[in-house]
Design a protein around this ligand. Structure first.
Ligand code: HQG
Length: 180
């Protein structure tokens, strides 16, 4: 994705996951915003965005962060929200034996004490493969990849969900299920 598209994509995450109200946008509980309203709100904030550019960002997003509804009228982020406007009802799913979480080494002491907690977002994010987790961890410093005993957690009643883009979600991961 070009630098310009990446910049607009980051602004879309801001609008659709974190601070919709700061841009004048409203989301429903499922996270959906009207495409035409979103284009108006983005333009007001100085982002030159039209329908074609929006579709191009959605289709070229490396992580498939956004979905446009079948009728083309609505858009949402599939996961990663912090805004209280949204409360997506994900379907529960049995996880694989092991999932991975990418973090930074400077968070490990706290994680050893508290396990993984969602911080500002609605869920703890986990990935199926180690490489993705490594890239996630790189965002915050020297990366550390944690192995999560997800199936054991599930067998003890912890709930797991998978967003449409494949990212695994859970409410918390107690330290006993984490292998460094
Ligand atoms: C850490 C990106 C101290 C946690 C990625 C992480 C992902 C703790 C940070 C998605 C902790 C939160 C989410 C504890 C957790 N003490 N630190 N008890 N528990 N942490 O960004 O998982 O590109 O909210 O390890 O690919 O890094 O935006 O979560 O380092 O899928 O689409 O607190 O965001 O996707 O950071 O990333 P984040 P995340 P996008």
């Amino acid at each position: 994705m070009s630098k310009k598209l990446t910049e607009v994509s980051k602004f879309l995450s801001y609008m659709l996951r974190h601070e919709p109200e700061a841009t004048g946008l409203s989301l429903d509980k499922g996270g959906w915003a009207s495409v035409s309203e979103l284009i108006i709100c983005a333009n007001k904030k100085g982002y030159v965005l039209d329908h074609d550019l929006l579709c191009s960002i959605v289709h070229n997003s490396d992580k498939k962060r956004f979905t446009i509804s079948d009728d083309g009228l609505y858009i949402r982020a599939d996961q990663g929200h912090s805004t209280q406007q949204v409360n997506i009802c994900y379907q529960e799913k049995t996880p694989p034996n092991i999932l991975f979480h990418g973090t930074a080494t400077r968070f490990l002491a706290s994680i050893r004490g508290q396990g993984l907690t969602p911080q500002k977002r609605h869920h703890v994010h986990l990935s199926f493969d180690k490489d993705t987790a490594f890239q996630v961890g790189l965002r915050y410093g020297k990366p550390a990849v944690l192995k999560i005993k997800s199936l054991s957690m599930h067998e003890l009643g912890f709930k797991f969900y998978q967003a449409d883009n494949g990212v695994w979600l859970t409410e918390q991961v107690p330290y006993q299920f984490i292998q460094e």
